[in-house]
Design a protein around this ligand. Structure first.
Ligand SMILES: [Zn+2]
Length: 317
């Protein structure tokens, strides 16, 4: 309540950024969309038509081993053991001096046999016995972090550099309990379990929110509405329409899917969403400046100012 007049003022404050070109253009457009989205949600029920897909877990070579070998590995106190070449292919190497553990592989030989019916000679394979294969435990290797998903996207979503500037790592990961992503303030990390960019925007908004005030742990309804409303506006600016998904997401946390209820939730959090968008906008604009204009070294750098300074005010000043 009482924030109905807020969208117009911020829209104006951000207008300037669109003109300044490079970095902030899309985010600035997104900020302009906020009020429109809140208004739309207040008067119209939207169907959820977004289907995001999860990244497929990468699996380990040992997943395909025999039960006996998997037990051997577990008894050595690890969940992942691989041959030296397999580790190297995964970007890791065995720590000097560490000893191999051994699994058993079938020794396959072949012999010639004559087909009784046709009289033809053919080679038949048979297991002649078993031999020991040296493998190393994950704990005895070092190097690159193991990718936990198959076909990991090569690129991070738009605005990933904003998270990086805030010292937040973004990585792809397999889902644990059906979540599409998560943000951990304590670990300074955004996990993405889908390559859907709007999911990243949602987590980035949580990250921006955490710079504004301390986040409540778990799925707090207002925090979720804030993050998803920001994701929806950013999505529009970057060409991902998640209006329907957002409507239903907010409806879930608002306790019902009537437009009045969803709209009320939107207007309740609009002020904070605007500030968050402003923070992201400032950071993106600063990144554009860094990349584009080296000569503007004398100018102030509002992006590195205190996190609780209202960005809208900074932009207008
Ligand atoms: Zn969330």
């Amino acid at each position: 309540m009482g924030s109905g007049d807020a969208p117009a003022s911020t829209g104006k404050a951000h207008q300037r950024d669109g003109e300044s070109g490079s970095g902030g253009g899309a985010v600035s457009r997104a900020a302009d969309q906020l009020g429109k989205i809140a208004k739309l949600f207040s008067c119209k029920k939207l169907p959820d038509m977004v289907s995001k897909s999860y990244l497929e877990p990468a699996g380990r070579p040992s997943d395909k081993w025999s039960l006996g070998n998997r037990l051997l590995v577990m008894m050595e106190g690890t969940r992942d053991a691989r041959g030296i070449l397999q580790w190297n292919a995964a970007g890791r190497r065995v720590v000097k001096g560490r000893k191999a553990i051994y699994i058993l592989g079938p020794t396959v030989r072949s012999r010639d046999e004559t087909d009784e019916k046709t009289g033809e000679e053919r080679k038949v394979k048979y297991v002649a016995g078993f031999h020991a294969i040296p493998v190393f435990r994950y704990e005895d290797t070092c190097g690159a972090g193991l990718s936990t998903v198959k076909d990991e996207p090569k690129k991070l979503p738009p605005l990933a550099d904003v998270a990086a500037k805030w010292g937040i790592r973004t990585r792809y990961d397999a889902t644990e309990h059906g979540e599409y992503g998560s943000f951990s303030p304590s670990e300074g990390e955004i996990r993405l379990c889908t390559d859907d960019a709007a999911t990243f925007f949602h987590e980035l908004a949580h990250a921006a929110h955490s710079r504004l005030e301390e986040l409540k742990s778990g799925q707090d309804p207002e925090q979720e509405a804030i993050a998803q409303l920001a994701a929806c506006a950013l999505g529009r600016a970057y060409g991902y329409n998640v209006d329907g998904y957002t409507y239903n997401y907010i409806a879930h946390y608002a306790g019902g899917n009537e437009p009045e209820r969803v709209g009320r939730m939107c207007y309740r959090v609009l002020g904070k969403v605007e500030r968050i968008m402003g923070m992201i906008l400032e950071e993106e604009r600063a990144a554009g400046r860094d990349a584009g204009k080296a000569e503007s070294s004398g100018g102030p750098a509002p992006a590195s100012g205190p996190a609780d300074a209202p960005p809208a005010a900074a932009a207008a000043s």
